[in-house]
Design a binder for this molecule. Structure first.
Ligand code: LLP
Length: 444
């Protein structure tokens, strides 16, 4: 991440603090977060999109997708930087509210929101509830009626565009749980998306504020967003022709890709914002439609590169592989309980020594955790100095998103703390769990 440098004695410095001192104070494993870097990424998205969309005459709001990493402080930081907060559960909503983010600046997603979550969202006056199914329309309308308010809602649609990595694919029908399809099924009059939009307009307790589309995650090319935007704007045009209602806002979701490995390319917010703004302007002109207000929901791109995990090496074991070569298994004091992404998605990460440099020749290594299964891998393939040994600190960069937020207590392992560093000073945002914390939940 941007705030990591190596000091003259070979130890890493994170946002101006010596890694060894951070570890002495906070232990391992720990998630370290560079506050200035995270804030700068939030600003970069806000500024890039605001400028690019202003240039084509459209307004835009940037929502931080809290699923990537949400703590009270993180919610405050991004809100300070002019972002709103996208939440996916009542828990995320509670964190955003605890941070003092006004309800009007919060959105609530979810394909199966509970009545309690809907009640909490409406009570907080959230700026939008994103509807994900036809049955949900009645549920939200009932909550609106109980509270005597009109609830602002968006309808989440699926455009058939899937993206992630370098390419996007486009198919009419999607076999997944989110959203309502814009495709008209054989023999039907309307698409599920159109049916939902019409149903929302029929409910006096619901205010249709937007159409929402999220096409995937870790996307490295803007084209898929533009193709999805075309489908959404086409739907918006059809609805306007049929009902006279021009939906005011279109949310294009999150998914902006980051670099996980040295030398990898991230999606540049300025480039993607420019391409997207030009793209939607061209489509709107072609459809002869006034531009809506837009919103986006980046999560990973804000939090991911701003965080790293520091571990201590416990054991080092050379293992002869099938092809006769030797792989060095380096076990650290965490694993799939603090970073599930390698095991779950086959995600790639990098690791390097954190407290020293070594001129020992590199060896092919695998960084593994302490859990009781062989899939417990943190970094599948990395070259580490051949003298890597117990007591070394290892850092894994780019773990700020979907690390802590997907952490578990597998094997009754307490989850690591989240420690923010700014100008050389550290502050614990979320304290380390203890076995006592876990035992306290177990009623015997
Ligand atoms: N908006 C919606 C509606 C989403 O479903 C998501 C992510 C986002 C925004 C934020 O996407 P981002 O900008 O962070 O890519 N656990 C997976 C990622 C799951 C993403 C799910 N939805 C991972 O670790 O890669």
């Amino acid at each position: 991440s941007a705030g990591v440098t190596r000091g003259p004695d070979g130890a890493l410095r994170v946002a101006g603090a010596d890694l060894r001192e951070l570890v002495a104070a906070h232990g391992t494993p720990a998630y370290l977060l560079d506050e200035a870097d995270l804030r700068a990424r939030a600003r970069a998205y806000r500024d890039a999109f605001t400028e690019a969309f202003a240039a084509v005459g459209a307004g835009v709001d940037v929502y931080y997708a809290g699923k990537a990493l949400l703590t009270v402080a993180v919610a405050r930081w991004v809100h300070d930087e002019g972002l709103r907060i996208d939440t996916a559960t009542g828990g995320e909503l509670a964190v955003a509210l605890r941070a003092g983010v006004p309800g009007a600046h919060i959105g609530l997603h979810g394909n199966n929101k509970s009545d309690a979550e809907l009640e909490a969202a409406v009570a907080a006056g959230v700026g939008r509830v994103v509807l994900d199914s036809l049955v949900e329309i009645g549920r939200v309308a009932a909550v609106a009626q109980r509270h005597g308010v009109r609830v602002p809602v968006m309808v989440r649609v699926t455009t058939g565009v899937h993206a992630g990595g370098h390419e996007y694919i486009s198919t009419a029908h999607e076999d997944q749980k989110f959203g309502l399809s814009v495709a008209v099924p054989a023999g039907a009059q309307d698409s599920p998306a159109m049916t939902a939009l019409l149903a929302v307009l029929d409910h006096p307790g619901l205010e249709l504020v937007g159409i929402h589309s999220h096409i995937g995650s870790q996307i490295l090319d803007a084209e898929g967003f533009v193709v999805a935007a075309r489908a959404v704007l086409t739907l918006r045009g059809e609805l306007a022709r049929r009902t006279g209602v021009l939906v005011p806002e279109v949310d294009l979701g999150g998914g902006y890709g980051i670099a996980y490995l040295p030398g990898e390319r991230a999606l540049d917010p300025v480039v993607v914002a420019g391409r997207l703004a030009q793209g939607v302007a061209a489509v709107a002109a072609e459809l002869d439609q006034p531009l809506p207000r837009f919103s986006i929901e980046p999560g990973r791109a804000i939090a991911g590169p701003a965080g790293l995990t520091v571990y201590e090496v416990g054991t080092v074991k050379p293992v002869r592989t099938e092809d006769g070569t030797v792989r060095t298994y380096v076990s650290v004091d965490g694993g799939m309980s603090d970073n599930l992404r390698t095991a779950l998605y086959g995600a790639s990460y990098h690791a390097e020594l954190g407290d020293r440099v070594s001129d020992a020749p590199g060896v092919p290594a695998r960084v593994v955790g302490k859990h009781c299964e062989s899939g417990d891998v943190v970094v599948r393939d990395v070259v580490l100095p051949g003298d890597v040994r117990a007591g070394d600190l290892l850092v894994v960069p780019a773990t700020g998103a979907y690390g802590r937020s997907m952490a578990s207590n597998y094997n009754q392992v307490p989850r690591p703390p989240v420690v923010a560093v700014r100008d050389g000073a550290a502050r614990v945002l979320v304290r380390r769990e203890t076995v006592e914390d876990l035992l306290a939940l177990d009623l015997g």
